[in-house]
Design a protein around this ligand. Structure first.
Ligand SMILES: NC(=O)c1ccc[n+]([C@@H]2O[C@H](COP(=O)([O-])OP(=O)(O)OC[C@H]3O[C@@H](n4cnc5c(N)ncnc54)[C@H](O)[C@@H]3O)[C@@H](O)[C@H]2O)c1
Length: 249
């Protein structure tokens, strides 16, 4: 039985990943700043084999990622994979972007995945197929006028993925960074607000995506499920883009 920690699994891509992995029989611990949402994700999958647990965690604190790892180990006795899905998107025009917004973004989007991988490393090394899957973004590869700290944090996450892969490879742990394009979750609400509303911007967005629509959280969860699986044993240190062709256009 595979045991997976999903950090930021109460909503969107993390919640879809929890559902996808529970359906394969995995044990899953969902850690999130929204404990009611995390508990609901676990409850909704209770009919599957394996077990699900949930807990409160503020991953943006220095201790939060380590606490999430410790709780997952307490709950399930071992850890084969950690999936980091939490993220913060601040959308502010250049003159008004604050140091506090920059620091909050970096603490969650970049420091926390590092601390989680660091804390989980010994447990993952003991697994026959240890995996770290981080959630980047196409923002790592293209600019967005307003998402300065977000784009920088996701670019940093792709670089971090490579260094973690080098450090953890000798223990047999694979490290990858799934990079979604536009996925239909509440996450992009700050962007819709900055550009004057979702409805007006959606047609222009669709016209830039070769597959013609936003992705669903399940589209990313399916790729994460592969990255977590033993079948991805020779894939490490890479960003895997899931964007309906956006970056190709
Ligand atoms: N939705 C998209 O279009 C998109 C595109 C590219 C990348 N991503 C990335 O995918 C990841 C997941 O995004 P999503 O669309 O599923 O977002 P979402 O808002 O649906 O889910 C994010 C989850 O993270 C949790 N969270 C936020 N701050 C936290 C904290 N401090 N501690 C613990 N949990 C916290 C939230 O409660 C929520 O459950 C993010 O890293 C995001 O940057 C999303």
């Amino acid at each position: 039985m595979t045991s997976v920690l999903i950090a930021g699994g109460a909503s969107g891509i993390g919640a879809a990943t929890a559902a996808r992995l529970r359906a394969t029989g995995a044990d899953v611990h969902v850690a999130d700043i929204n404990p009611a949402g995390a508990a609901e994700v676990v409850r909704a999958q209770a009919h599957h084999p394996g077990s699900g647990t949930a807990g409160y965690c503020d991953l943006s604190t220095a201790d939060g990622p380590g606490q999430a790892v410790a709780e997952a180990l307490d709950a399930h006795g071992r850890l084969d994979a950690v999936v980091f899905c939490a993220g913060l998107l601040v959308e502010t025009e250049l003159p008004g972007f604050t140091v506090a917004e920059w620091d909050r973004t970096m603490a969650l989007n970049l420091r926390a995945p590092f601390l989680m991988a660091q804390a989980a490393a010994p447990a993952l090394a003991a697994s026959p197929h240890g995996r770290v899957v981080l959630t980047g973004s196409t923002a790592a590869f293209r600019g967005g006028g307003g998402s300065f700290a977000y784009a920088a944090s996701k670019g940093g996450l792709v670089a971090l993925t490579r260094s973690l892969a080098v450090a953890m490879g000798p223990d047999g742990t694979c490290v990858t960074c799934v990079c979604p394009g536009w996925i239909d979750t509440p996450f992009n609400d700050p962007y819709w607000q900055r550009v004057g509303g979702r409805e007006g911007a959606l047609d222009a967005l669709r016209s830039r995506i070769p597959l013609g629509e936003q992705g669903r959280p399940e589209d990313v969860a399916d790729v994460i499920a592969f990255l977590v699986s033993p079948g991805s044993r020779y894939l490490t240190g890479q960003a895997v883009v899931v964007d309906g062709g956006l970056l190709a256009s």
